[in-house]
Design a protein around this ligand. Structure first.
Ligand SMILES: NC(=O)C1=CN([C@@H]2O[C@H](COP(=O)(O)OP(=O)(O)OC[C@H]3O[C@@H](n4cnc5c(N)ncnc54)[C@H](OP(=O)(O)O)[C@@H]3O)[C@@H](O)[C@H]2O)C=CC1
Ligand SMILES: CC(=O)N[C@@H](CCC(=O)OP(=O)(O)O)C(=O)O
Length: 347
């Protein structure tokens, strides 16, 4: 069966990555693409790397233009997808790449985002370990999916195995991330100019203010944490895409590196897209670019009694579009890996 697909926000980075991946998806046929300021242009003129779409035109992002498709990907700014999604058929599979449907707690939404609160949809990290099973179990047959935040994916996947196995103390999780500017989208911002970014590294959302904090804590509660607190600090670095998260947590007394490595390895043993490296090896963002993979390496800092997990992923692929397509595959009962690759581009 071929599913007809519409993509809203097709002129942006996330929408562009959905389109790049869907060009190789045998079951999905992209029929409609929409944009905002770029509506009325040819897709390829706005996204010149997407040559396979020929003369496909960008329409306006309206519920009418998105209606009548089997699958709709929304890659819109926060706060824009809630209203449009509410007008789409309940039969259509809708995947929101933005944050509008990720959080379950209205207070968290108000504190970190503000504006109208929308109810949470089925969360789109299939491999996320839950106290029983994994998030995959909830995705089959769903028609509404909230794709995850990219930093939230890198940190949640890195530390949830230790929470689930009861090997770490979830009340003191600290993560510092190196992130590329494409995570901030395509719109012009002074702090994202090449002249500001090249040759410099700068922290942002410092001091517990990053919007992904409640999303990660929500994930870790579902992994089994009774109490959880996460302190995360992203650092903007000069690489177009990619995230390298270094996440640490105190281990329970007597826990060894072998136990930690075994817990992480067994959690992801059957996962095609999450891979735990052998002891002593740590991932590079370069090996994940364009791939739907999250790679991670684990160490035990015996001096401080903390596990150190280094995880890498491409914010636009496994961090957004790849996770969205993987989750859509599961929802529709297709093989989960359809249209997705574990191979990146190198160098
Ligand atoms: N970039 C990333 O790594 C990640 C992004 N996401 C999420 O995906 C969504 C899209 O992000 P991203 O692609 O990076 O952002 P971009 O700024 O690159 O793209 C935004 C898209 O939304 C359209 N748009 C802008 N304003 C409006 C509006 N008022 N109404 C409707 N459409 C509008 C733009 O159209 P036009 O260009 O024509 O104006 C463009 O197609 C966001 O919610 C983001 O948080 C999630 C995870 C990671
Ligand atoms: C560099 C940069 O600004 N990165 C973004 C990543 C955003 C993302 O993952 O997506 P959502 O906005 O959909 O949550 C950030 O840290 O907020």
């Amino acid at each position: 069966m071929t599913y007809s697909v519409a993509i809203a926000g097709a002129s942006g980075y996330a929408g562009g990555e959905v389109l790049r991946l869907l060009a190789g998806h045998p079951e999905f046929e992209v029929r409609t693409v929409t944009a905002h300021s770029n509506a009325g242009q040819r897709l390829v003129d706005v996204q010149p790397h997407l040559r396979s779409y020929g003369d496909l035109m960008l329409g306006d992002t309206t519920a009418e233009n998105l209606a009548g498709h089997d699958v709709v990907f929304l890659a819109l700014p926060h706060g824009s997808s809630g209203a449009i999604a509410a007008q789409l058929s309940e039969q259509a599979l809708v995947i929101d790449c933005g944050a509008d449907h990720r959080l379950e707690d209205e207070e968290d939404w108000t504190t970190f985002y503000g504006g109208e609160f929308n109810s949470a949809w089925t969360y789109g990290i299939p491999e996320l370990p839950l106290s029983t099973g994994s998030q995959r179990d909830y995705l089959t047959g769903t028609t509404r999916i909230a794709a995850p935040g990219c930093n939230a994916s890198a940190i949640s996947l890195a530390i949830a195995p230790g929470v689930k196995a009861g090997l770490i103390d979830a009340i003191d999780i600290v993560s510092v991330l190196s992130v590329g500017p494409s995570g901030a989208g395509k719109s012009l911002k002074v702090n994202l100019l090449a002249s500001e970014i090249m040759g410099s590294a700068s922290a942002y959302s410092v001091g517990g203010t990053h919007r992904h904090t409640p999303e990660i804590e929500q994930n870790l509660r579902k992994a089994g944490a009774a109490e959880v607190s996460v302190s995360m600090t992203p650092v903007l670095v000069p690489m177009a895409r990619g995230i390298l998260a270094t996440t640490t947590a105190r281990v329970k007394p007597g826990v060894s590196l072998e136990q930690l490595h075994a817990a992480w390895t067994s959690t992801y043993a059957d996962e095609p897209f999450v891979q735990v490296l052998p002891v002593g090896e740590f991932p590079r963002t370069a090996d994940t670019i364009g791939a739907n993979t999250c790679l991670m390496g684990i160490a035990l800092d015996e001096h401080t009694g903390r596990v150190v997990v280094v995880s890498a992923l491409d914010n636009l692929t496994k961090g957004t579009a790849g996770a969205a397509i993987q989750s859509a595959n599961i929802a529709l009962g297709l093989p989960e890996t359809t249209g997705l690759t574990t191979n990146g581009v190198a160098p």
